[in-house]
Design a binder for this molecule. Structure first.
Ligand code: M6R
Length: 611
């Protein structure tokens, strides 16, 4: 999704903003732009990457201590130079950068056109800045007041920063539904869509709330709400290290993040699990474990990979805690008339904490009286702030668009939740409880072991890099893993891939199988093992190419499969945490071999803040 970076202070704004925009590249974008006060209010923008913009403006004198910059992921209007941000107001005295969507922009635009406004792009954002200026002129008010009045009229989601040629020390920002972070330095302020462009300058940050307006003028910051009441913003110290958002010697962020999983999973367990003394506590859920244990029904809402983590949780909660679970795509849930009753629990899962559909699903469920539990990675993001309670996944920043370490961190948090609830409920035998804790503590080491198969997986990738289709099959806990493996492959290598429950193959997909079809089986030693072995035979009988993820020491499947990757043995409920690793590596290597942009696949955004 779009990215915002803005600065006002004593530094050279242009290089700072351009560097910040590069830090936001992972969000996905198709054009970039910057506005500076260098003589006049000048806007420079270009379709393509930030480096294309840099090349295009290399000959310009860009000296300015104030500026706004943007990476755009097209919603209204095609990706081109015209539609890139920043956008000027009619007089060109104002420039805006905007993330989100203004739903009523076309009616506002029609009125402005009647008044003689001319537009130079197809965007809702240009309409927004014209509208603000129109209000300012008609009401004869300050820019801050005009922004406030405009916010009362526009419908939709936005994070904006507005710059004013007539006021060279002033930036005005506002938010509703799209994230905006303010970095607070010594007489300098940074604005960004997330902390990553700011962290190298300050750890002190303010997460702006919905319907708040921040004004920096002459080195002072004030925050007001939409009713003009002064707010006391909470300045928090963000514990994020610069190394966490850099590649650290890896060729791609995705590879770095795959290899970080022993650490990220260990971080997620630290202080929460201690098998020696039977300790399992999720701090943020302490008060809610009891209530969850009494729940008749849990609804999980999420999108994409997070939805797959939710499916794993369905198996966990049902098997361990014997609670009825429904897993919903947030985007469907919000537009149905879902049956949610007071007393229901909704678990919202999101890496970014900003996914618009998941946020909307939360608001809907809340309005119907449900208690909302969040499982999020980005601290301080919108979803954790919208929930009643929750647990962070502590995976650290995930920059690659394809979710890897966020998935395992989500699953490990959900596993801990399910075990804690089951324990409270009394549905888990003491021995099983102890065994699960013991095994949980060993998961980082098991992931480490699987990562050592990277070379072998790369060889398999070499064989299949030109395939046009893939099928992924698994049963029970490995069914969501099959879906996740297929998603990983299609999103970064653009190979068509389908995930299915292995037994479901007979009801359709088996027709696709021939000698050209690679079929990835997640065929670990678990309660479905014998059934999956039969499914492998069915594929081999039709000459399909089988790549099998098996449990260490399996003697049978290697006699049938074309390629085998072993993972260590473990309790069935924990297998997804480890069986997904070879699938992440397989998709990574195939995508690299096909020359794809692994970290920023086409058309995709890291956090989908529009519906
Ligand atoms: O930030 P979220 O977890 O809410 O994002 C949901 C999906 O957009 C996300 O999981 C997406 O499917 C992954 N990037 C795929 O790898």
């Amino acid at each position: 999704m779009c990215g915002i970076v803005a600065y006002v202070g004593h530094r050279d704004a242009a290089p700072l903003i351009l560097k910040g925009l590069k830090r936001l590249e992972y969000r996905g974008y198709d054009s970039a732009g910057i506005a500076l006060l260098n003589g006049a209010l000048n806007v420079y923008k270009k379709k393509g990457k930030v480096k294309d913009l840099e090349e295009a403006i290399a000959h310009e004198t860009l000296q300015s201590t104030i500026g706004i910059g943007h990476t755009r992921w097209a919603t209204h209007g095609e990706p081109n130079d015209r539609n890139a941000h920043p956008h000027y107001s009619a007089s060109k005295n104002l420039a805006i950068i905007h993330n989100g969507i203004i739903e009523n922009y076309s009616s506002i635009k029609k009125n402005l056109i009647k008044k003689g406004h001319e537009f130079h792009s197809d965007t809702d954002s240009e309409v927004f800045v014209h509208f603000i200026e129109d209000i300012q002129i008609n009401a004869g008010c300050t820019l801050e007041e005009a922004v406030r009045l405009a916010m009362k009229e526009v419908v939709g989601a936005y994070a904006i920063v507005v710059m004013d040629a007539t006021n060279p020390t002033q930036l005005i920002a506002a938010r509703k539904g799209s994230p905006l972070v303010i970095g607070v330095g010594e007489k300098e302020f940074f604005f960004a869509s997330d902390a990553t462009p700011i962290i190298e300058y300050t750890h002190e940050m303010i997460y702006l709330n919905d319907y708040e307006i921040a004004v920096v003028r002459d080195g002072e910051l004030t925050v007001k709400n939409i009713d003009n009441a002064l707010q006391s913003p909470y300045i928090q110290t963000v514990e994020l290290e610069l190394e966490a958002i850099e590649k650290g010697g890896y060729e791609h962020f995705m590879l770095k993040e795959i290899f970080e999983q022993p650490r990220s999973v260990a971080d997620c367990l630290r202080g929460r699990v201690n098998a020696d003394n039977g300790h399992l506590v999720l701090g943020g859920l302490r008060e809610y474990t009891d209530k969850l244990a009494k729940a008749k029904r849990i609804v999980i809402v999420a999108c994409g990979t997070s939805w797959h983590a939710g499916l794993v949780a369905e198996y966990l909660f049902e098997e361990l805690a014997r609670i009825n679970v429904e897993v919903e795509y947030a985007s469907e849930f919000r537009y149905r008339n879902p049956i949610i009753k007071e007393g229901d629990f909704v678990i919202a899962i999101s890496q970014s904490g900003e996914t618009a559909d998941t946020l909307a699903a939360i608001e809907l469920a809340k309005s119907k009286g449900a208690t909302i539990i969040g499982v999020c990675n980005v601290v301080g993001s919108s979803i954790p702030r919208a929930t009643h309670a929750g647990a962070y996944t502590h995976a650290g920043p995930e920059i690659g668009v394809a979710s890897t370490k966020a998935f395992t961190a989500q699953v490990i948090v959900l596993t801990q939740m399910a075990i804690a609830v089951a324990r409270k409920k009394g549905s888990l035998h003491e021995d099983t409880f102890r065994r699960l804790l013991f095994e949980l503590e060993r998961i980082p080491h098991k992931i480490e072991t699987v990562l050592q198969s990277d070379g072998k997986i790369k060889e398999i990738a070499e064989k299949f890099k030109d395939a046009r289709n893939f099928i992924y099959l698994g049963r029970g806990y490995n069914f969501p893993v099959a879906l996740e493996g297929a998603l990983k492959l299609k999103e970064i290598s653009y190979i068509h891939a389908e995930g299915y429950p292995a037994a479901e193959m007979k009801h359709g997909p088996i027709a696709l199988i021939d000698a050209e079809m690679p079929v990835v089986f997640i065929a670990t030693k678990d309660s479905s093992y014998d059934k999956v072995v039969s499914n492998i035979q069915e594929v081999k009988a039709r000459k399909g190419q089988v790549i099998a993820i098996v449990t260490e020491g399996d003697k049978l499947i290697p006699t049938m499969a074309d390629y085998v990757v072993e993972i260590p043995a473990m309790h069935e409920a924990l297998i997804p945490l480890v069986s997904v690793i070879p699938l992440q590596l397989l998709s990574y290597h195939i995508a690299v071999m096909r020359g794809c942009n692994v970290d920023q696949p086409r058309n995709l955004a890291k956090s989908v803040t529009v519906e």
